[in-house]
Design a protein. Structure first.
Length: 318
């Protein structure tokens, strides 16, 4: 299948609405052209600066706008971050992601930003991919991260452009796109995806994939998250997501963005092994492992090891 950057919303919606066996078959066929269908990449995501974020993202327990009982923590020391990275590497993760609850990444040449650059260098020295999500970036910040060896930068679109202002009012969709542009201009791989179950329509979901599929080059990584309904956030009372909705979106992302790692991300604690297996069939090629995903629960490494063994799958080693 050729790599396309001209997918239309109508085409993606038509894909999404295919009978599920046909959709999964098409996605698995594409998946096998670009990925080992029996292997997944294990990633670890650590919150290096927790809580107090000035953004008002309605799903996020780290927003200063909501009372979720979350304890705020300052930027972690370098040694503690690298120790967590070593542990993740020894447990099988090949990618270490660092998340900081900022609206904008710390000021370039400031102490906090220099500490983050040291973390990136340290993780790379451990032989791991280094990913960061620090909020919005300027081109000079992106270049500095690239020079430090950052493998990828995560900046999720969350949803389609028409629904975005129902989720957050403290930044715009264009703000998101500008940061992703700065990331690609600096030569850093782009990691961007979204969250399902926030009240968005199916068209909103495929509109997000349409936006991502029009980037040239495509994102290297597309996380597909299910909403984690955290008490105290405006979205705490949303109904649980149908797991098959997750399967369909994984499949659409795999077909539209063939070479990307489609990452099965937040919300896995509510998914059965069977539901996750369907996501792998639909083209998911990575999971985040470890007890926590930033600040929310996540299946532990032993549970993930048991799942992969049960499915006869393996973790990528490089």
């Amino acid at each position: 299948m050729s790599i396309r950057h001209d997918w239309t919303r109508a085409e993606l919606l038509a894909l999404h609405e295919l009978p599920l066996p046909e959709l999964v078959f098409r996605a698995q066929t594409v998946h096998r052209q670009h990925h080992d269908p029996n292997a997944v990449q294990l990633c670890t995501l650590l919150s290096i600066k927790t809580g107090g974020c000035p953004e008002d993202c309605g799903y996020c327990p780290q927003s200063a706008h909501f009372d979720t009982g979350l304890k705020r923590d300052a930027l972690m020391p370098l040694d503690a971050v690298l120790e967590a990275a070593r542990h993740a590497r020894d447990e099988g993760s090949t990618r270490f992601c660092m998340g900081g609850a900022w609206k904008n990444a710390p000021v370039k040449d400031g102490d906090a930003f220099e500490q983050v650059l040291g973390m990136v260098r340290g993780v790379r020295a451990l032989g791991m991919e280094a990913c960061a999500t620090l909020g919005m970036l300027t081109p000079p910040q992106a270049k500095a991260l690239a020079d430090a060896g950052l493998s990828a930068y995560n900046h999720n679109l969350d949803t389609g452009p028409e629904y975005y202002d129902k989720i957050v009012s403290t930044r715009s969709y264009q703000d998101r796109l500008r940061t992703l542009g700065a990331v690609q201009e600096a030569g850093i791989s782009m990691c961007s995806g979204g969250i399902l179950g926030m009240g968005e329509s199916i068209e909103d979901r495929v509109a997000m994939i349409e936006t991502l599929a029009r980037f040239d080059p495509h994102p290297e990584s597309v996380p597909i998250n299910a909403l984690v309904r955290v008490p105290g956030t405006p979205m705490a009372d949303r109904p649980p997501l149908d797991p098959l909705a997750l399967v369909r979106m994984v499949a659409v992302a795999r077909i539209a963005i063939p070479k990307a790692r489609v990452r099965l991300s937040a919300g896995r604690t509510e998914l059965s092994t069977e539901a996750q297996a369907l996501c792998f069939l639909a083209g998911a090629s990575s999971i985040f492992t470890g007890e926590r995903l930033l600040t929310t629960p996540n299946p532990g490494r032993s549970a993930d090891a048991m799942m992969l063994e049960k499915l006869g799958m393996t973790a990528l080693t490089a």
